[in-house]
Design a protein around this ligand. Structure first.
Ligand SMILES: *Cc1c(COP(=O)(O)O)cnc(C)c1O
Length: 851
């Protein structure tokens, strides 16, 4: 039948347990296993069928099962306990959350977080990979810490695709329709009680989006959907899929996310004090905020200052495909009627986000985001460094290390990723309430040895058995679909062996992640996998973007290997990697493998989940592992350096990987006592937990974001409103003056250009700046010095020079005495930068004049 409407009918719930509904509509259950058990225990089979989604579950359950539960004393005791915990969580006393006790003055303020994807639970396929999982975890932790946090994104009716792998190993993408009536989301309502529908202009038409509200513990997510009347059919499809369609689809979605997202918040009566752009997809939001202020009477430059003060942009990847750019023609089509509303000409509008490629300028979402936010960060120390290099051209004259892009290393939400067996073990040996100490390094340092080796080994072994069961179901389901016979299906029964050393590799199949690196030398791999006394297996999983042919070819290669006579049962590919499978893998394999091309893995988080569950990582020193690795908590593949030839890099890295497997991982794992426990291996496990669980937790991460960015932005936004934008207006006017005057600025220096000194001796350096229309307080003159290394001078130190006087010819004189405190070869130079007390970033203007 063709479907016209679809209505979900819930059974009548016995009054005694009627809060099961309310609970189902708050994703709090996704990180509280005891809450999930209230549903799954009623009908475990149905629970699997509905992808662990309690709303869908309640619509399908037989009413008598609910009736029985309402009379079952044991069930009711569990139920009452969960409801008590839930109520306590949702309504804490102020002194009970980290945020309210640390920043009482920020009570009642709000932080808006925009992201194109949110990975919260397997039943909500509105994420594709690491970026989405990070957003989902960020929200959960923001809730745990009591942050006044609001997420904004899409409720894609089809979401990201379901992966099926066919007989030939080809990935096939299919999309299930997500029925919103079966999703834990409700229509969002505004202050007037009406459902919120917003609109944005697209070429030749206006399109509408309905706003849904999803509760993640204490915080709301507002998710938009365009599949509503009166949108034309094509527009109703606009938000159907995550990362589907062409550039027109992309830009339309990003207009809805950024511009529509701001309008949704306004319609909900929300005025955030801090704005976080999670990746460039949402960058149009800053334009919309500028438009609002221009409408209120500010100039674009003034508006930009206001918008920047409380905006943060996090960049997530140095890979070009992750940095959206649009052609000027496309921008003309989509923003032709917009720049006028900002009081800008076309050229001025384009200039804001201009990127110059060799084939002509394009409009870059990353540049737009960088230019309209005051704070910017990468997602690991190394990625911060790579980003500074990558975007250095936006701050001409600045040394790479001075480019104002910081870093906060990613983490994972502990209770979304800890396996039940490990959670229980930590409760028994670390502390009943170990969750309180998640990010407390000292706690882990002092408690980890309390866990007996045997117990850690056997808790982990239970996880391996759980993975074996999961893999068996997954493989049988796939091959049943592919039409295999009973005898073939039986082959998949316990294909994984819990006694084997199981290597896990699961991630998106982007080519830079090099999923097939371990196959580079088949002879050597064969040798590793074929020792009957030391069985080794490798489990692979991951999706390639549907348009990524090279990525799909990697899947095909691995799938064919897994079906070959030679590697059958040694190499295993599981289809449709998602959050559910990830939970099995990160806790159920023994060692977590990651071998991307350094430095493209901005952070990576699956290895953090693995370490939390006692798996040592074996990884390239890229992303988070460059910080996490300490020589005892896992292994480092290859060297900590960059290569220019990817072939040579792959050769070196694969050889290093084989050597680590042959010399270290396999011998250590199989060095087992009479009980089958390898104490040496357990040492690695404990060290992985001790070092990674606190440092790479989402708790540490969200606290870092709060302390470094959110709270300073909130404070600043309060001032901005209190002084009616006065400071920002002045700053904008001052910047315009500086930009105009800068070209004519002249700098002369008189100082030693060569010679020798003894330690303790100094020499005078003088500088004169001639600058029409600038006063000495508008600029800062600095002496920059550092050691020379070959021909390269590395600027390490910056000393401000003192303004002495204005000379008769109108130039300003500055002096300093340079007194080196170290011997060696030293290089120095003098430079001028603009300076203003309202600047929070010293180099914000991107203006610098060297002598
Ligand atoms: C954690 C996770 C990712 C991200 O893992 P990376 O190590 O960053 O590649 C992707 N997909 C799923 C399902 C995950 O759980």
């Amino acid at each position: 039948m063709k479907v016209y409407g679809r209505i979900t009918v819930f059974p009548i719930m016995p009054a005694r347990i009627n809060r099961l509904y309310e609970l189902a509509y708050n994703l709090w259950w996704s990180w509280h296993p005891e809450a999930r058990a209230l549903y799954s225990s009623l009908d475990p089979e149905l629970w699997e069928q509905v992808s662990h989604n309690p709303v869908h579950f309640l619509s399908r359950i037989q009413p008598q099962k609910l009736g029985q539960a309402a009379e079952n004393i044991i069930y009711l005791k569990e139920y009452d306990g969960v409801i008590r915990d839930f109520d306590h969580y949702i309504h804490p006393r102020p002194e009970e959350t980290w945020f309210s006790t640390t920043y009482p003055e920020a009570q009642g303020k709000q932080i808006a977080y925009f992201s194109a994807e949110f990975g919260l639970h397997e039943s909500l396929p509105i994420y594709s990979g690491g970026l989405g999982i990070l957003s989902g975890d960020h929200c959960k932790e923001a809730s745990d810490l009591g942050l006044p946090f609001i997420g904004v994104g899409f409720l894609y009716p089809q979401g990201y695709f379901i992966q099926r792998v066919n007989q030939a190993g080809r990935q096939e993408a299919s999309y299930d329709k997500l029925h919103f009536s079966e999703v834990p989301a409700v229509p969002a309502t505004g202050p007037d009680g009406n459902e919120v529908v917003i609109s944005v202009e697209l070429p030749g038409r206006r399109i509408y989006a309905k706003v849904w509200k999803l509760l993640v513990g204490r915080i709301p997510l507002y998710l938009m959907d365009t599949d509503i009347p009166p949108n034309a059919p094509a527009d109703r499809e606009l938000s159907a899929r995550l990362y589907g369609g062409d550039n027109e689809m992309r830009i339309s979605q990003e207009i809805v996310l950024g511009i529509g997202g701001v309008r949704a918040l306004r319609a909900l009566g929300i005025s955030p004090n801090a704005w976080h752009l999670n990746e460039g997809h949402a960058a149009f939001l800053s334009l919309e905020r500028c438009r609002e202020l221009v409408e209120a009477g500010l100039s674009f430059n003034e508006a930009r200052e206001v918008v920047k003060t409380n905006s943060l942009f996090t960049t997530h990847t140095p890979v070009p495909a992750g940095n959206d750019t649009f052609s000027y023609e496309l921008i003309d089509t989509y923003f032709g009627s917009y720049w006028g509303q900002l009081g800008l000409s076309r050229d001025q509008f384009m200039e804001v986000a201009r990127e110059d490629h060799s084939w002509g300028p394009s409009y870059s979402m990353t540049i737009l985001a960088l230019k309209l936010t005051r704070h910017h960060n990468g997602v690991s120390a190394l990625h911060g460094d790579v980003s500074r290099k990558m975007w250095q051209f936006l701050w001409p004259g600045l040394d790479k290390d001075e480019v104002p892009i910081g870093s906060i290393t990613n983490g994972v939400h502990t209770f979304s990723w800890i396996a039940p067996e490990l959670n229980e073990l930590y409760g028994r040996y670390l502390d009943m309430d170990w969750g309180k100490y998640v990010d407390d390094q000292e706690f882990w340092d002092t408690h980890i040895q309390n866990i007996p080796d045997q117990e850690l080994w056997s808790a982990h072994f239970k996880r391996k058995e759980a993975l074996v069961g999961y893999a068996t179901r997954n493989l049988k389901k796939q091959h049943l679909r592919l039409g295999e016979g009973d005898r073939q299906l039986a082959e998949f029964e316990n294909m994984l062996n819990p006694k084997a050393l199981i290597i896990g590799f699961a991630r998106r199949f982007a080519t830079y992640k090099r999923a097939t690196l371990i196959f580079r030398n088949l002879e050597r791999l064969r040798h590793i996998l074929n020792d009957p006394k030391r069985p080794v297996q490798i489990v692979f999983a991951g999706k390639a973007h549907p348009a990524d042919e090279p990525g799909k070819a990697l899947i095909e290669y691995i799938y064919k290997m897994s079906r070959s006579d030679e590697f059958k049962g040694k190499i295993i590919f599981l289809e449709n990697y998602d959050i559910d499978m990830a939970r099995y893998l990160v806790s159920g394999t023994d060692v977590w493998l990651n071998n991307p091309v350094r430095p493209y893995e901005a952070s990576g988080t699956s290895g953090q989940k693995a370490a939390l569950n006692g798996q040592p990582n074996c990884s390239i020193l890229d992303g988070w592992w460059a910080e996490g690795y300490n020589g005892k908590n896992g292994w480092a593949i290859g060297q900590e350096r960059d290569y220019h030839d990817p072939e040579i890099q792959a050769e070196d890295d694969s050889n290093s990987l084989y050597e680590i497997l042959e010399q270290e991982i396999i011998p250590t794992f199989f060095d087992q006592d009479a009980e089958g426990v390898s104490h040496k291996w357990v040492n690695y496990m404990k060290e992985a937990i001790r070092t990674c669980a606190p440092e790479f937790s989402m708790r540490r991460m969200v606290k870092d974001y709060t302390n470094t960015y959110y709270v300073p932005e909130i404070r600043r936004s309060i001032q901005v409103v209190e002084n009616h934008y006065e400071q920002e207006r002045q700053l904008a006017a001052w910047k315009e003056r500086v930009y105009r005057a800068w070209d004519k600025l002249e700098l002369y220096v008189d100082g030693r250009r060569a010679g020798q000194l003894s330690i303790g001796e100094g020499f005078e350096v003088r500088a004169w700046v001639r600058a029409n229309n600038l006063r000495p307080k508008d600029i800062c003159v600095e002496l920059v010095y550092g050691e020379t290394n070959d021909e390269l001078a590395i600027p390490r130190h910056t000393l401000p020079m003192s303004y002495i006087k204005t000379e008769n010819d109108g130039s300003y004189r500055y002096d300093i005495e340079m007194k080196p405190d170290k011997s060696g070869s030293l290089a120095y130079n003098i430079r001028v930068i603009p300076s203003h007390p309202s600047l929070t970033e010293k180099y914000e203007l991107g203006l610098i004049r060297w002598a």
